[in-house]
Each structure stands twice: as structure tokens, then as C-alpha cells.
Design a protein around this ligand. Structure first.
Ligand code: ADP
Length: 350
């Protein structure tokens, strides 16, 4: 059993509180991703689990052990950092085995564990090289290998792919997913990249300003966000928001033109935000929406549109007939994929 539980965890730096009472259950073997914009407290929370930051209040449990006041080395965790933190004068093999050597493990055991990690991470051809002679992706694999060798109950990843170029990032993302499948350990992974969160996580924890906004499986957050923040953060390109006002059985919106059906219990005159994902909108020719710009990625294009209200939205287009810059178009809205939020509280209206 090596799940992780956070029980009303608080972090203060002097008088500044940066984590405001986080409660979270991470199951044994789960891949949990902390995601949120820069400064929301993801790294602080991860470092508190690692024991690299003191927990001001609350309790952290790993398996059945209260680790809140334990040293990092006694917690059964291994951390992988963005900046690999390899020893430059040691070979790949020595870097991976160093932790075990320092804790007095027999040489035969170290050799066996390094060989196993090397096999999993396909590092066999590089074992005698030093970090300077490795690519960024290979260095990050060595850093992950060093964590595997320690046989932790919980792996902690702090933005491990941020220093890699786009192509390598995708490659390493797949490798980390494969690694999780192969070793099945509990993993906590910090990123600001919602694509990494969506593709890797069993469970995503969306953080904002030191608080959890929502916890859920990736597709649950995508399909059923609790508030505007989560709706706008999960999904790429981001969800569009246009203002609307409840009028009788419909919601009128200068941005959309045609009113949409009122599917929620809301009072006449209530101001709402209508959330529409780019992939759930379509375009037909001739209308009051202007296409300012199009971006073609090949299989898919994005049309950047200005509404009659001046609000900006993005529409995803596929197929052969795609709009061009300067086109005046109509928006086709899919009423089954429309989200409503209170304009003041930004909470979802269901
Ligand atoms: P993230 O990882 O989400 O980018 P961090 O966890 O690094 O965010 O930081 C969360 C907040 O805590 C930020 O507002 C940051 O400025 C603040 N913070 C981090 N470290 C310290 C520190 N040593 N002293 C004061 N504030 C800090």
C-alpha cells in the first residue's frame, strides 16, 4: 500500500500563505498530475510530499505512515527534477547507482538494479558515457533511472520534460506513460502543460492560487468542468467564452447572434458566460462573424473569429471546406456541447 493522502495541508512562507488547506487522496499505483498556471503552488505541494519543504499545518501520509515530519530519505519517495541534477564526472551507470552506494548496498545488488533500470529505459548502450556526451532526453532518462534504482513507493516528477524540445517531450511523455504501466508505482507529476496532464494522468488535480479547483479523470474534467477556470484550462485550444443573459426560456447573446436554449434553472436577467469548445463549433458561409485569421495544421485548421459583440472565439475546422481570412460566417452551435457559467461567480450552472 503506497497511496498518498494530504489532509488539510497548509504552507506559509513567513506571513504569506501559498497553500490553503489541500485535501487529496491519491490511490496506490495511481498516476496523479498536479496542473495549473505558474505560481499556483504545484511545486510547493510536491516538495512538501517529498519533504523538501516543511509542511506548516496538516498531515501527509504515504501508505499507512504519517511522513509529515520525516526526512526526505525516510519517506520512500524518489524525485525527478526538471534540471536532471546528474553528477558530471560520473558515468551513466555510476550516476544511477550512486544513491544505493551511499546507503551501503552491496555491489551485486547495485549492479542488478542498475541493469534492470537500464533495460526499462533503454540505456544499455550508454552506461559508460558521462552526462556531457548524452542528449537532453537521454540525461532525463538517467535521472529517471536513478529514481527507479532506489525502488521508491512513490515517484515524484517536477516538470521533468520542460527542458526538452517539443519532439523529445512527446517521446519522453510516452516513455513515462510506458514506465508507469511497467512498474505500476504511485506517481505524482507536476506540469503547467495541460496536454501532459491529459495524456499521462489517471487523476488530474487542477490548482489555482494554492487551492484545488477540481480533481478528476482527464475526460471527466474535459466533459464536466465545475467552473470557468477548469473549463478554460483543460482542452486545447481553450474553451471560448461569450457573455449572455437569461431571457425567458432562452439565453440571448450579442456574441453568438441567435439565442440558445436555457437548459438550467436561472432567473430572468441573470448574466451568464456561454462556454463553447473550438471542436464543438462549426462555420457556414454568410453571417455576421468575421474570420480574422486562419491557422492550418494540416488535418485541422483554427479560424480566429471576431463576433459582432467584439468578443473573440476560435473554431476548429476539418475536412476540405475551410474558411479563409476576411470571410463573413455563421456559427453553428452544438447544443449538446454548451457550458453555462454564472458571470459573477464563474461557477458552472447545471
Ligand atoms: P508553481 O510550481 O505552481 O509554479 P510554486 O509552488 O513554485 O508554484 O509557488 C507557489 C507560490 O509560492 C508562488 O506564489 C511563489 O511565489 C511562492 N513561493 C515559492 N517559494 C517561496 C519562498 N521560498 N518564499 C516565499 N514565497 C515562495
Amino acid at each position: 500500500m503506497s497511496g498518498v493522502t494530504l489532509d488539510h495541508v497548509i504552507k506559509r512562507y513567513g506571513a504569506t500563505q501559498v497553500i490553503h488547506g489541500v485535501d487529496l487522496d491519491i490511490q496506490d499505483g495511481e498516476f496523479c498530475v498536479f496542473v495549473g498556471p505558474s505560481g499556483c503552488g504545484k511545486s510547493t505541494l510536491l516538495r512538501m510530499v517529498a519533504g523538501l519543504e516543511e509542511t506548516t499545518e496538516g498531515r501527509i501520509t504515504i501508505g499507512t505512515r504519517d511522513v509529515t515530519r520525516l526526512d526526505p530519505s525516510d519517506r520512500g519517495v524518489a524525485m525527478v527534477f526538471q534540471t536532471y541534477a546528474l553528477y558530471p564526472h560520473m558515468t551513466v551507470q555510476e550516476n544511477m547507482g550512486f544513491g544505493l552506494k551511499m546507503t551501503g548496498h552491496p555491489k551485486s545488488e547495485i549492479t542488478r538494479k542498475v541493469a534492470e533500470a537500464s533495460r526499462i529505459l533503454k540505456l544499455d548502450d550508454y552506461l559508460t558515457r558521462k552526462p556531457a556526451a548524452l542528449s537532453g532526453g537521454q540525461r532525463q532518462r538517467v535521472a529517471i533511472g536513478r529514481a527507479i534504482v532506489r525502488g521508491p513507493e512513490v515517484f515524484l516528477f517536477d516538470e521533468p520534460l520542460s527542458n526538452l524540445d517539443a519532439e523529445l517531450r512527446v517521446e519522453m511523455r510516452v516513455e513515462i506513460a510506458r514506465l508507469h504501466k511497467e512498474i505500476g508505482a504511485t506517481m505524482i507529476y507536476v506540469t503547467h502543460d495541460q496536454v501532459e496532464a491529459m495524456t499521462l494522468a489517471d487523476k488530474i488535480v487542477v490548482l489555482r492560487a494554492g487551492r484545488i479547483e477540481q480533481v478528476g479523470a482527464p475526460m471527466d474534467l474535459y466533459r464536466d468542468p465545475d467552473n470557468r477556470f477548469v473549463a478554460g484550462f483543460i482542452g486545447s485550444p481553450a474553451m471560448n467564452f461569450v457573455s449572455g443573459t437569461v431571457q425567458g426560456d432562452t439565453i440571448s447573446s450579442a456574441g453568438l447572434g441567435a439565442p440558445v436554449a436555457k437548459t438550467i434553472a436561472a432567473q430572468d436577467g441573470q448574466n451568464v458566460l456561454i462556454g463553447l469548445r473550438p471542436e464543438h463549433l462549426a462555420i457556414t458561409a454568410g453571417g455576421a462573424h468575421r474570420v480574422d485569421l486562419t491557422e492550418s495544421l494540416g488535418g485541422v485548421s483554427y479560424a480566429y473569429i471576431t463576433c459582432p459583440s467584439g468578443e473573440k472565439i476560435v473554431v476548429e475546422e476539418r475536412g476540405d471546406h475551410r474558411s479563409s481570412e476576411g470571410d463573413m460566417v455563421n456559427l453553428q452551435i452544438d447544443p449538446d456541447h454548451l457550458f453555462l457559467f454564472d458571470a459573477q461567480t464563474e461557477q458552472r450552472l447545471r
